[in-house]
Design a protein. Structure first.
Lengths: 312, 421
């Protein structure tokens, strides 16, 4: 064409834009959005034994949130999940930030070795991690007691995975041990993106390494920290595998390690003599979805909007 | 042009995958679903070859799942249409529900079903007894397996009464060489199955108490059940350190490595100990409380085999099931898997000495089954799962026996009419 203005460019571009978006959109709709909506649809139905699905409105939600047994189980798993998340936020992410800060020190030797070692557990299967830690902490064969003995603290050792008070926290620490590499890597990458002249200027002005980190680097990596937090939130509220591997679907003792994922599994698939109920299971899944959605929306509309970003 | 090439490529890939499908599921390829993953060698090396001697054209493969995942996995596979042709049946309600959902076929017209007594079939029948949907395979008996050499070393005899039992445990504990009793509560089910259901029948008088619970004339808060929990709570002092975090395989290993003297057992543990323990061991029935003249044992109809109603190989599957009703299978199964006692009427000669000991209790004691299996686990909360949690907590000491009994009764009364009066 002789005179191609911006208008025609856009029209020309339109087709390729859709063509490029189509594969992802179609796949995502087919395998993520459709199943999600269908699962929510299922939560409004009920299937009596041997009978057909029947529409029951909000009955399933009423059962789970108001029936004393279901409600206590549901809220127990919810609060356990909050504790699980709190341990990750208070332990995993600060350690991740600290490790990233140390790794980005200019004169650190064996940097790549440390980075690889710390990241390694992330690549292991949760089943293996659960099994290894069960062995380490086993009161019969575990090396946990022996290691504490070396530093004279053997009296502190206990069957932590089997006690109501400590099972969940222990599991959370195992999970922290495994996943701490992720926040470390993300924050390390963000730290590397900070221009060196900013740091140099601060040092010339007489700032210590700690001051540089706290006043210069920290504000610049805050958006990454926020992103890590929301990833932690979503990951924790979808967690299931570690608890299931170590404690089974009954998440004992006395449901003290029950989180929403294990509750969902028990409800949907059943356990031992308890038969599964796909419709009630879908209800639990929908409630989990709403909790995660609420958390993500809070992040998007409250946290992210207030965060100041700096152009580097 | 490139589109055409792509289309051709896709069509080729599709054709290839379609061509692969028949390779994966040939006609006459029977798949057995089971929770007995420990038995995989026995099925592959003994049972299936024995079947193939008679029926060489039917290929059978045994595809087990781990016990705790079995029911969930099977339900999911059945509703997704990917389950095997033959499915191992849990007794009573779990399988009854599968039959009601149309996932198990009726086996009323299967020749050979009259080789089983009504009691044996009752675990896999509709409530009115009109339809049987699984071939009864085996029952398991609870008791205590003990390390004979440890008993000699410490100088104790097999206990006959509950008090003697605790005296023996005390002596072993004083001696200090052995852990008195190998069990943990981490997996919860041993506390209920090898604990509560093992020693309980002596308190609630077997079938008498089990039926009284079903018709509502007895409650969990009654003496027999509180007594059972009280006895169970006393176990705590004799279990290994940190038993709260000891799992079922841990306990098995503690016993088979010779570190523990007594192991609360299901008879199915025999074959593992035969393989792993290098000391002599035997078994004794749950000791009865002083003054009782009859002993009761848990002789639980544990496993059957049913036909997936949607099986594409139903004809071959029925051939296999019919073979399973015969005396040859009964003999083979009971001896290949010592501790699983065939439910067939055929006379079976058991060769394993420990299994012989277990089965000999049938003559002197009265048999019953686990009280949570028939009817009482139909509602929510599920009684069997509740008993796991409660029994583990009673042993851990986080619930008193009275609180435990109350909790079991409350759960049952929530949905079961005879307990709501």
């Amino acid at each position: 064409m002789a005179h191609s203005g911006p208008m025609t460019d856009w029209r020309k571009a339109k087709l390729p834009v859709f063509a490029f978006l189509a594969p992802a959109t179609i796949l995502y709709t087919l395998f993520m959005i459709y199943p999600l909506i269908d699962s929510i649809r299922l939560s409004f139905y009920s299937a009596p034994s041997g009978g057909d699905l029947a529409f029951v409105g909000f009955d399933n939600y009423r059962t789970i949130l108001s029936d004393p047994d279901w409600a206590s189980t549901f809220w127990n798993s919810f609060w356990n999940n909050m504790k699980f998340f709190a341990v990750h936020m208070l332990v995993q992410n600060p350690i991740g930030i600290a490790l990233a800060a140390v790794l980005s020190l200019p004169r650190l030797k064996f940097r790549n070795t440390y980075r690889t070692l710390i990241f390694m557990p992330t690549m292991l299967s949760v089943v293996i991690v659960g099994f290894i830690w069960q062995l380490i902490l086993s009161p019969v064969w575990g090396v946990g007691a022996d290691i504490l003995d070396i530093v004279g603290l053997k009296s502190l050792f206990g069957p932590w995975l089997g006690k109501e008070g400590s099972a969940l926290i222990t599991l959370a620490f195992i999970s922290v041990w495994q996943w701490v590499g992720i926040p470390m890597m993300l924050i390390y990458a963000a730290l590397l993106a900070i221009p060196e002249d900013l740091v140099d200027a601060a040092i010339v002005d007489g700032a210590s390494h700690f001051e540089v980190f706290w006043h210069i680097k920290m504000p610049l990596i805050l958006p990454t920290v926020a992103m890590v937090s929301i990833l932690t939130f979503v990951g924790n509220f979808n967690a299931f595998d570690l608890v299931y591997t170590v404690k089974g679907a009954l998440a004992g003792p006395n449901f003290s390690s029950d989180i929403m994922g294990t509750l969902f599994y028990r409800t949907f698939f059943g356990y031992q003599l308890q038969l599964g109920s796909p419709t009630l299971g879908a209800t639990v899944a929908s409630l989990m979805f709403m909790i995660i959605l609420a958390g993500v929306l809070f992040y998007l509309f409250v946290v992210q909007r207030r965060m100041s970003r700096y152009q580097l | 042009m490139s589109n055409k090439l792509l289309a051709k490529g896709l069509a080729g890939a599709l054709a290839a995958s379609v061509a692969l499908v028949p390779l994966m599921a040939q006609a006459g390829d029977l798949v057995i679903e089971s929770w007995r993953n420990d038995d995989i060698d026995i099925w592959n090396d003994k049972i299936i070859p024995a079947f193939n001697e008679q029926y060489p054209d039917i290929h059978v493969s045994f595809k087990p799942t781990t016990p705790t995942e079995y029911n969930a996995a099977l339900n999911a596979k059945l509703s997704g249409g990917t389950a095997g042709d033959l499915v191992a049946c849990r007794p009573f309600d779990a399988s009854l529900e599968l039959y009601k959902q149309g996932n198990l076929a009726s086996l009323n017209d299967l020749p050979g079903m009259d080789n089983f007594s009504d009691v044996a079939k009752s675990a896999w029948q509709t409530d009115d007894g009109s339809t049987t949907f699984c071939v009864p395979m085996a029952s398991v008996i609870h008791g205590f397996i003990y390390n004979k050499e440890a008993f000699e070393e410490v100088g104790v005899e097999v206990p006959k009464t509950t008090e003697e039992f605790f005296q023996v445990l005390d002596k072993i504990k004083e001696d200090g060489t052995y852990i008195p009793m190998a069990m943990g509560t981490a997996d919860q089910w041993e506390a209920a199955t090898m604990g509560f259901q093992n020693i309980g029948p002596n308190h609630w008088k077997g079938e008498e108490g089990r039926k009284a619970l079903i018709d509502g004339s007895q409650k969990f808060t009654d003496k027999p059940y509180v007594d059972t929990f009280t006895e169970l709570a006393r176990w705590k002092d004799y279990l290994p350190d940190g038993f709260e975090a000891i799992s079922y395989p841990d306990a098995q290993n503690l016993f088979s490595l010779g570190r523990a003297a007594i192991y609360p057992a299901g008879s199915w543990d025999i074959s593992l100990f035969n393989k792993q323990a290098d000391f002599k061991f035997s078994a004794f029935p749950p000791p009865a409380p002083a003054g009782s003249d009859t002993c009761y044992i848990s002789d639980h109809t544990d496993i059957g085999m049913g036909l997936n109603a949607h099986s594409k190989n139903a004809k071959d599957a029925k051939v296999f099931l019919e073979w399973m009703t015969g005396p040859a299978f009964a003999e083979l199964y009971s001896n290949a898997l010592p501790g699983f006692f065939s439910l067939s009427n055929a006379k079976v000669d058991i060769k394993d000495p420990v299994a012989q000991e277990f089965v000999s209790w049938r003559q002197k004691c009265k048999s019953t089954i686990r009280n949570s299996y028939q009817i009482l686990s139909r509602g929510t909360p599920n009684l069997e799962n509740d008993l796991w949690n409660i029994s583990a907590q009673v042993i851990n000491g986080t619930l008193t026996p009275e609180q435990g009994a109350q909790k079991a009764e409350d759960g049952l009364a929530k949905w079961y009419a005879p307990h709501q009066k």
